[in-house]
Design a protein around this ligand. Structure first.
Ligand SMILES: Nc1ncnc2c1ncn2[C@@H]1O[C@H](COP(=O)(O)OP(=O)(O)OP(=O)(O)O)[C@@H](O)[C@H]1O
Ligand SMILES: [Mg+2]
Length: 448
């Protein structure tokens, strides 16, 4: 190609390049080492408000800087710093410029300062490409803001959900506890009612048994006389009419047939046993009454030893085949408490102790007064509680018992009752050895 042709091609190519640069939104300006503008595209011209002719050859970073008309002072200073760096290092510099425009609006511009390197590897010119990304930044800020708002809403919904879940759980627990307490109250009422109803008939049965025993003593005395008379008559049988002798023989035969000696002996045994039975029933009635404390939902100065004893008798059926019960009751002052509630606690601990014993074991009950408190220890030689369960046993619904045998509320309610008495309930347990529950309640107190 001839020189002239070559020049034409180059001119054409440069013109095309200029058209491309001019059509870009990015502002493009190239400057030489003396910081004078060599070239600038249309976007740059528009931004600084000057024509190409007015721009080319002008100084960039001087008092009469061309940039000053398009940039604020801070942007210009920062740009100058980066331009210097490119000339010094030969490496491109990119940075985000945040500045206020003349209307006070925040502008975001991404600047790229790119070195133009000659054949010797030296930087002889530099191109600055500036892109206004304010809109994009604002949008992404908006999106970020909306995202945050959305996340806040999601968090709030999640928190509300959690709150609802907790409320539902609390409601369920409270409902179960109320049901349990109502059940206990009805059991108490039932026990009190049964005790009351049994009291009357057992009263007259035992009074009748006493009368029966007196009558029998009288009959025995009378029979003794009859027998003496018959023995005397037998001696004088030949002087008596025949039919009397016959009657005496009939009586002797009947006495033998019915074994009158055994009957006389056994009647007194039976009456005695029945009297024992009624005494036991009377005691059970008393225990039931003590256990139930009908209508006592107020504070009462109660004998804790007596409460434990009566409770033990009420739950005796659960215990008697499993454990020997040893007791160490010390003298206790009367304790201001809700006796019926405390009896519920004792009943639950005693039944739990019996359930923990697989075949045969021991339950020990010990009470003592200590530092203004009454201490009750209920120990068993049962299976014990594994360490990982110790922190859970007072939780509502925690049970290791099979379905239908335990609801897992006993200890939870016991804990609440003791807490309501300003007392404490503690547990110590060794797997394979047994468990001890220790309750301490103040002797004198004001309840909730
Ligand atoms: N003396 C004990 N020995 C071993 N484990 C015990 C003892 N007392 C309580 N536990 C454990 O604690 C759990 C919770 O006892 P809790 O009395 O609260 O409920 P439960 O006896 O299972 O059911 P219920 O509501 O009928 O009382 C029991 O299931 C058992 O695993
Ligand atoms: Mg229980």
């Amino acid at each position: 190609m001839k020189n002239k042709d070559m020049q034409n091609v180059l001119t054409e190519s440069r013109n095309k390049l200029k058209i491309v640069f001019d059509s870009l939104q990015e502002e493009i300006v190239s400057i030489n080492k003396t910081y004078h503008i060599v070239s600038a595209n249309r976007a740059f011209q528009k931004n600084v408000g000057l024509s190409f002719g007015e721009i080319v050859g002008k100084s960039c970073f001087s008092n009469k800087s061309v940039l000053s008309s398009g940039c604020c002072k801070e942007t210009e200073a920062s740009l100058a710093k980066h331009v210097q760096k490119v000339f010094a290092s030969g490496l491109p510099q990119n940075y985000l410029d945040i500045a206020k425009d003349k209307d006070g609006q925040t502008k975001y511009r991404r600047f790229s300062c790119l070195p133009i390197i000659d054949d010797d590897g030296k930087v002889f010119e530099l191109v600055i490409v500036a892109r206004d990304i304010t809109e994009r930044m604002q949008q992404s800020k908006k999106i970020k803001f909306l995202n945050k708002k959305l996340q806040d809403t999601v968090n709030q919904v999640q928190a509300k959900n959690e709150e609802l879940k907790n409320t539902l759980e609390t409601l369920k627990t409270t409902q179960a506890q109320i049901l349990h307490s109502e059940k206990m109250a009805s059991v108490g009422q039932l026990a009190a009612g049964v005790a009351h109803e049994i009291n009357n008939p057992i009263g007259f049965v035992s009074s009748n048994l006493r009368t029966l025993s007196d009558y029998q003593n009288d009959i025995n005395k009378l029979l003794e006389h009859y027998r003496q008379l018959i023995a005397n008559l037998k001696g004088a049988a030949k002087d008596l009419p025949f039919y009397i002798g016959e009657k005496i023989d009939q009586i002797a035969t009947l006495e033998k047939t019915i074994d009158i000696d055994f009957i006389l002996d056994d009647v007194m045994n039976l009456v005695g046993e029945s009297k024992d039975g009624t005494e036991r029933i009377k005691k059970i009635v008393l225990d039931l009454k003590d256990f139930a404390h009908p209508g006592e939902d107020k504070i009462y100065a109660a004998d804790i030893n007596k409460g434990i004893e009566s409770t033990l008798n009420v739950v005796w059926n659960e215990i008697k085949y499993k454990a020997v019960v040893t007791k160490d009751y010390r003298d206790l002052p009367l304790v201001e408490c809700y006796p019926q509630q405390l009896n519920q606690v004792f009943a639950n601990l005693l039944v739990n102790a019996a359930h923990a014993i697989e075949k045969q074991g021991e339950i020990n009950i010990a009470t003592r007064a200590l530092d203004g408190k009454v201490e009750i220890k209920i120990s068993d030689t049962g299976a014990g509680i594994p360490k990982e369960n110790l922190s859970k046993i007072f939780d509502p619904f925690f049970t290791t018992k099979e379905v239908g045998k335990g609801t897992g509320l006993g200890l939870n309610i016991s804990y609440k009752i003791i807490e309501g008495h300003n007392g404490t309930i503690d547990v110590e347990s060794t797997v394979g050895k047994g468990t001890t529950f220790t309750i301490r309640i103040p002797i004198s107190r004001v309840v909730v």
